[in-house]
Design a protein around this ligand. Structure first.
Ligand SMILES: [Zn+2]
Length: 474
């Protein structure tokens, strides 16, 4: 654009008259921001604080380095970071008002997006990168995110007059006065829309055409550093009938001393110095059900970890010395850091995979081994059980009848009233209900097949069929 390449002298003169800084002068006249180097000692910085950027574009190097020092002091280390900066609404309002003012004085002047944020971000990213020896990257690529805000209390409320001089709120249609009030000057979008609607006379009468010279310089807020979550995948076994899956809390009081989630999550949280953790299992077992065999797949999400990685040896050390110090819950096999997208695989295990169970069952009428074998034979190669929503979870689930596949069924009579029942089923089958029939809500049930009342005394999950943890991507 010719205008951008040859900014009007009169526009530059006007910007000089309000003591706009050099970066703002270049930006407001449409010069490519990447050509601006406010750091260049040959660039004279005006003594007055720039009314367009409130001094944000020309923050001194030592202020930028201080931000870098704060990042370093946060304790987060890594190879790269992304940087996001929030500008005050007043700064954006001022820049728009100055553009409107330039346009009103010179109709050739075109309103443009000006990029104080990108200019400041480029300088800050360089300073932080130098102090912390990290590379600045995009949000998607970077592991650490650094956030800070430009603050300028002096101008914090100066644009509030706009809501009084503009008859209707801008933007989408509004309903009722309450909504209208909520659409007042509390976000940049509204403020800029108000400004576009205001007349030059209105803005001038409120001393905002152009905005007044500030007396104080913008500062940077304290730095916030965060790291993307880490995901640790593994399998666990549970040898107790008194340990719940997640913390057992009634009326805000922790009832049980520990849970599978805590027993695995807390040592990993500590090792990674994370602020929180989330435990996700491939399904779950009830508190009185043991989890045996190769264990149930799980992953732990570690939120905002200060440590970026543990080596496989360090992870195994946490597993053996911290997690497995509590005999009833064991992390079996290896723990592995996995990429976020691979965590979806755990749902596959919950919804699609086969589970194997072993149950100790009490039978009301004694049954001989050969009689039991004859009754079970038609079912042992698999069948479908129709399960209505169990009575015990009725208030939590939809009242549907679900067909579930039982792949194998085997009954061994231990003593006349006791049987060991092993079965493999489709994920989501209610085992307790299959055994005792849940007042006929599960059919056929084991009680029905054996022709006597049956009750489940003990239940163990012996296998969850899922390849987990997922292999490391090459
Ligand atoms: Zn400026």
């Amino acid at each position: 654009m010719a205008d951008a390449l040859f900014p009007s002298r009169s526009v530059i003169r006007k910007l000089h008259s309000i003591a706009a800084c050099l970066p703002c002068t270049l930006l407001l006249t449409g010069v490519d921001v990447t050509t601006v180097d406010a750091n260049d000692p040959a660039v004279p910085g005006p003594e007055a604080v720039c009314p367009a950027c409130l001094g944000a574009s020309t923050l001194p190097d030592d202020v930028l380095r201080e931000a870098g020092e704060s990042v370093r002091a946060s304790g987060f280390t890594g190879a790269d970071f992304s940087l996001s900066i929030r500008l005050p609404i007043s700064l954006q309002a001022r820049q728009r008002a100055i553009m409107l003012w330039l346009h009103s004085e010179n109709s050739d002047y075109a309103l443009q997006e000006i990029s104080t944020k990108y200019l400041l971000r480029a300088r800050l990213a360089r300073a932080i990168g130098e102090v912390c020896q990290m590379a600045a990257k995009s949000d998607v690529e970077a592991d650490l995110s650094v956030t800070l805000a430009v603050e300028h209390p002096e101008s914090a409320d100066e644009y509030q007059f706009l809501s009084a001089i503009t008859p209707a709120p801008p933007g989408r249609s509004y309903k009722g006065r309450g909504d209208m009030l909520s659409r007042r000057c509390d976000n940049t979008h509204n403020v800029l829309a108000f400004l576009n609607k205001a007349s030059p006379q209105d803005l001038r009468s409120h001393n905002f055409f152009p905005p007044p010279a500030p007396t104080t310089r913008a500062t940077l807020s304290s730095v916030t550093v965060a790291r993307k979550s880490r995901f640790i995948a593994g399998r666990y076994t549970k040898y107790s009938r008194n340990v719940s899956n997640s913390p057992f809390i009634i009326n805000n009081v922790k009832v049980a001393p520990t849970s599978v989630a805590e027993q695995i999550g807390l040592p990993l949280q500590e090792a990674y110095q994370a602020t929180d953790y989330k435990f996700v299992g491939s399904g779950r077992e009830d508190v009185d059900v043991r989890m045996l065999g190769t264990g149930r797949p799980f992953y732990i999400e570690l939120v905002n970890p200060r440590r970026a990685h543990l080596t496989p040896e360090e992870l195994d050390n946490v597993r053996q010395t911290a997690i497995n110090s509590f005999a009833p819950v064991q992390a079996v096999g290896i723990l592995r850091e996995i990429k976020a997208h691979l965590t979806a695989g755990i749902k596959e295990g919950e919804e699609n995979k086969t589970k194997e169970y072993a149950c100790l069952v009490w039978l009301k009428d004694p049954i001989a081994a050969d009689e039991a074998a004859a009754k079970v034979r038609p079912y042992q190669e698999g069948f479908t059980v129709q399960q209505k929503c169990p009575v015990r979870v009725m208030n939590r689930r939809a009242l549907l009848t679900r067909p579930k596949q039982i792949h194998t069924l085997d009954v061994k009579i231990l003593e006349p009233h006791f049987a060991l029942v092993t079965l493999s089923t489709e994920a989501g089958t209610y085992i307790k209900e299959f055994v005792h029939s849940d007042c006929g809500r599960s059919s056929p049930s084991l009680a029905e097949i054996l022709g006597t009342s049956a009750d489940l005394l003990e239940l163990d999950v012996v296998n969850v069929d899922l390849e987990w943890p997922p292999a490391v991507e090459s």
